[in-house]
Design a protein around this ligand. Structure first.
Ligand SMILES: [Zn+2]
Length: 72
């Protein structure tokens, strides 16, 4: 089943969740990231990674990890 939604990243430093990354197919997106499979060209050529940068609420920067996917 194809379900669109957002990837969820969690900051290692402050614990904040980041859900800014929209994907058209959650299972495909997670599988691609974890197994380093290229995304379909029709997704627009953007790159998904297992980690991201968090702008922590105290003004510092953290590193966030991909923890999952949430349906819209
Ligand atoms: Zn943070």
């Amino acid at each position: 089943m194809i379900e669109k939604g957002r990837l969820v990243y969690k900051c290692r430093r402050c614990g904040k969740l980041n859900k800014n990354t929209q994907v058209p197919d959650g299972l495909y997106a997670l599988n691609s990231i974890l197994n380093k499979i290229p995304l379909p060209e029709e997704w627009g050529g953007f790159i998904l990674t297992e980690t991201d940068i968090c702008s922590c609420d105290d003004g510092n920067l953290g590193v966030s990890d991909l923890i999952g996917f949430e349906k819209d």
